[in-house]
Design a protein around this ligand. Sequence first.
Ligand code: GLN
Length: 486
Amino acid sequence: MEELTAKQLRDKIASGQIKSLDAVNDVFSRIEKYEPVIGAYISTFKEQAIEQAEQVDKKVSAGEPLGQLAGVPIAVKDNMCTTFGATTCASKILENFHAPYNATAVEKLIAADAVIIGKTNLDEFAMGSSTENSGLKKTVNPWDTTRVPGGSSGGATASVAARMCSAALGSDTGGSIRQPASFCGVVGLKPTYGRVSRYGLVAYGSSLDQIGPVTQTVEDAALMLNVIAGHDSSDSTSVNETIAPTYDYLEKLNEPVEKLKIAVAPQLNAGADQQVQNTLHEAINIYKNLGAEIIEVKMPHLDYAIAAYYIIATAEASSNLARYDGVHYGHRTQNPKDYVEVYSKSRAEAFGQEVKRRIMLGTYALSSGYYDAYYLKALKVRNLIRSDFTKAFEKCDCVMMPVAPTTAFKIGEKTSDPLQMYLSDIYTIAANLAGIPGISIPCGFDDKDLPIGLQILSPAFTEDKLLRIAKMYEKENNWYDKRPNI
Ligand code: GLN
């Protein structure tokens, strides 16, 4: 059943052609076979999944109404709270943390009759670009097991690429859905900030974090967004439908895109590998042949996106992660000599190196005397980046650029140089700073047969159009048909 997309599988389950139980068993036999090599999952829930599948099959035979993901095996990044299993954030500090509630996005999956099969690996607290910062395990890229899957949603994208689930939920603070999607040859959508509830998503950079789908196709991304999008009174930053309505993204997918205008920023793209640039060029040519007009824009402030992001994200992280004090959550040090040691030793023992680095960076940027020079300045740059996009979108429907400057790099290649690692987010970070939606779709391969992604960015709350634009390309190039040889 691995050849079926989530949408195709859902339709076959709903029409009784395939049993959800068979689909779930099939996924678990793939997990048994490939997981020892790929390492995508932190936990799996076979028994519970089988029960859920049987319930869906019963509903099908009774002719009861079915949810949009009825019987489809879905994985969830392990930084979203679930009442079943642990919610670890791939951190030793939360290794045994059991959440008392489900994240809203997870609740919505369950309400749509999805079968949750497991929770996927990530960089600890979603801090990283390769999943190598996971405190719990290693994940490799299904296209080349000597390479990283990208990060931080590397477990989710590897698991979709290896068809160890039909689709997954990831989270994207600075590219963590799009960049690993590109490295693993799958589709990754970061919705507009506020489109999907963050309730129950363990906070990293609260003004940047957003949950989104990782899928095989653009159609599946639309299907997943249908299920998870919408206002949630438990998340004050989720946007009200009266201000920005949600759509039936699947239905909208078939509407034509009239007079598509695409912007590119050549000065920006020049930083990518030659093969990435060439592939991007070919992809944009396909749009041109379909009648799109291509214009050039300058987005001068995007050059400062990395610098601004790593101040804002770390500042927010240092505050968000203060709650892991050895008292409220997770790991507590043994035999502390006083309460100060409870805090300091618990944190020192259980946080990984990168998380500590970020907490220190963020604390420094927020400290008095440096606040104006760093944090405030970064917020100003963020506004300028936003206005770069606003100006560009006055002239076009979307901006296209690479997802990452390179294809998947070797395991260990960048671990000793954090700055090199940070630079792999150079193309994805701006969308989070601006709060706009972005999608990564497979658009070819390099000479090592590693996937390359095309990134499309559009104005806030235009996911419907963004998906249609992505679909235009996908219709011409079915890269999702090509599978990794694991
Ligand atoms: N790689 C970026 C970081 O480490 C983005 C991570 C993310 O999107 N969660 O902050």
